[in-house]
Design a protein around this ligand. Structure first.
Ligand code: KG4
Ligand code: ZN
Length: 331
């Protein structure tokens, strides 16, 4: 069995995954959403202190598996340095105490593997990764070969939902709230412009759209409930339209057999519906993770670690490095 730890942002999570059949035997996550809610984003120092409290509590519950463990896996990049270090320190301590090899798992690769929890992989697969930190279009050939087809020039997809939510006075993370307000809104009321319209680039960009929404909010005399719903619906329509335009551009001449959506924002049903239509048109098989595995979790890190273990991708307590977040390609 592999014990995996995730602490790259504001979710403390530990999982136990069986090597022989990839079964997820234990998975627990303690989210810090309510603690960061009124700051409009994650406060790194607070997040680190909350990980220091939550991770040992979850670890305590995994004690009965200790004698059967074969390796310890931990997210080492990308993420917030001060929170990554909490998980890495715990992983190092476990590796020393239990005399087990250590594996460093890239968080984005982990998101890709959220599609394969308790399943076999189906490579090659094309992936839209939409989270709070990243928006990427990836062509995944295997564990090692991941081509970044497109990435964001500024804000990420999820981040734009969080920032628009903050402007509307919604708590962090605002993605799910915006989706739910949008259901009651008129998506045609505000005519925001789709980012990078007319441009040949495959990149994503959200800062311009965010500014359009800010100007729209400032122009309102009062933000009554229906106006908030209409702004959310109009923003979501354009945010998703931008993703879809870039995807269609990227795959105009490209064959796609398997397509997956991963990351916290892949829980958005409006986005899922649009991707589903795209996959049907392309005759591609759509892969989505279970809702509970869209946002950050250690189960996806554990599943990824199974393939790392098969490849003997071990690291040592001296070699393991942590890197802070970047919006550029990582593979
Ligand atoms: O993958 P994740 O848990 O953390 C990162 O690795 O960043 O993604 C969290 C992000 C947040 O920005 C959150 O607002 C967004 O995913 N999100 C959503 C939805 N659910 C979560 N965005 C849009 N619609 C949703 N339903
Ligand atoms: Zn993530």
């Amino acid at each position: 069995m592999i014990l995996s730890i995730e602490s790259s942002c504001d979710d403390s999570s530990i999982a136990i995954t069986r090597l022989s059949d990839k079964k997820l035997l234990f998975h627990k996550k303690i989210s810090q959403d309510s603690e960061h809610a009124h700051y409009g984003g994650v406060v790194p120092e607070l997040a680190a202190r909350l990980h220091a409290l939550a991770l040992p509590k979850i670890l305590e519950e995994t004690r009965s598996y200790f004698t059967e463990l074969k390796a310890i896996a931990v997210t080492n990049e990308p993420g917030l340095s001060v929170t990554l270090v909490e998980g890495i320190s715990m992983a190092k301590a476990l590796s020393i105490a239990l005399n087990l090899p250590l594996m460093a798992i890239n968080h984005l690769r982990g998101h890709i593997y959220s599609l394969f929890i308790e399943k076999e992989t189906c490579f090659p697969i094309d992936i839209l990764l939409v989270s709070g930190g990243h928006t990427q279009l990836l062509h995944v050939i295997n564990y090692d070969k991941i081509e970044v087809l497109a990435t964001t020039m500024d804000d990420s997809f999820g981040e734009s939902f969080d920032k628009v939510g903050k402007m509307l006075g919604l708590a962090y993370p605002a993605g799910p709230m915006i989706e739910s307000y949008a259901k009651r809104g008129n998506e045609k009321r505000f005519d925001f412009t789709i980012p990078l319209l007319g441009s040949k680039t495959l990149a994503f960009s959200y800062s311009g759209l965010k500014n359009q929404v800010r100007l729209c909010i400032e122009a309102q005399e009062n933000l009554e409930e229906q106006t908030i719903c209409d702004i959310c619906a109009s923003f979501q329509r354009v945010a998703v339209a931008h993703v879809m335009r870039q995807i269609k551009k990227a795959y105009k001449e490209r064959h796609v057999e398997h397509f997956g959506i991963v990351g916290g924002a892949s829980a958005n049903l409006y986005l899922r519906r649009e991707i589903d239509t795209f996959c049907k048109a392309k005759k591609a098989v759509l892969h989505v993770a279970l809702m509970e595995f869209c946002s950050d979790n250690a189960a996806m890190i554990g599943r990824c670690a199974i393939d790392a273990y098969a490849n003997k991708y071990f690291t040592t307590i001296d070699e393991i490095k942590l890197k802070s977040s970047t919006k550029k390609g990582y593979f």
